[in-house]
Design a protein around this ligand. Structure first.
Ligand SMILES: [Fe+2]
Length: 147
């Protein structure tokens, strides 16, 4: 295993859940690299009722799906193959906070340039929404404020 290439924003990220309802929907950490991508989560601080929800064996028809609910206590490590573990983060409630460090490791840093573009667009839309990426529906500055 090796670190993600330096230009990959998933290489190391700090996730702060500070507003009521902050969460992450169910997803795989799909590898767009030529081989596997591993996710390492490190609990930093958690004063919330939020949980890391993991569904194991979702791609294995011979196994029952196993569901886990994990509270990410400070220093706790969770390592998994992003292509195989379907996971989410349940919403924090008002007044709660949750902070987690996420790092990504790969078995190959090679990626096809077109696949890189698709991966970057997926991330941009996922983090900022279609409007944030393509600008649709953005409000123009107030004429009075622009003077
Ligand atoms: Fe993820």
């Amino acid at each position: 295993m090796q670190e993600c290439p330096p230009n990959d924003p998933h290489r190391c990220a700090f996730y702060a859940y500070t507003e009521e309802g902050d969460h992450m929907g169910f997803h795989y950490d799909t590898s767009y690299y030529k081989d596997r991508r591993w996710t390492l989560l490190v609990g930093f601080k958690d004063d919330s009722s939020s949980r890391l929800l993991c569904h194991l064996h979702t791609k294995n028809p011979d196994r029952e799906i196993e569901k886990l609910e994990l509270k990410m206590t400070p220093g706790m490590l969770v390592l998994f193959n992003g292509d195989k573990v379907y996971h989410s983060v349940s919403p924090v409630k008002a007044g709660e906070t949750r902070y987690v460090v996420s790092m990504q490791f790969v078995t190959s840093g090679e990626m096809n340039p077109f696949i890189r573009f698709i991966s970057n667009m997926k991330d941009a839309v996922g983090y900022f929404g279609l409007r944030g990426v393509f600008g649709a529906g953005q409000r123009k500055p107030d004429a009075k404020a622009a003077r």
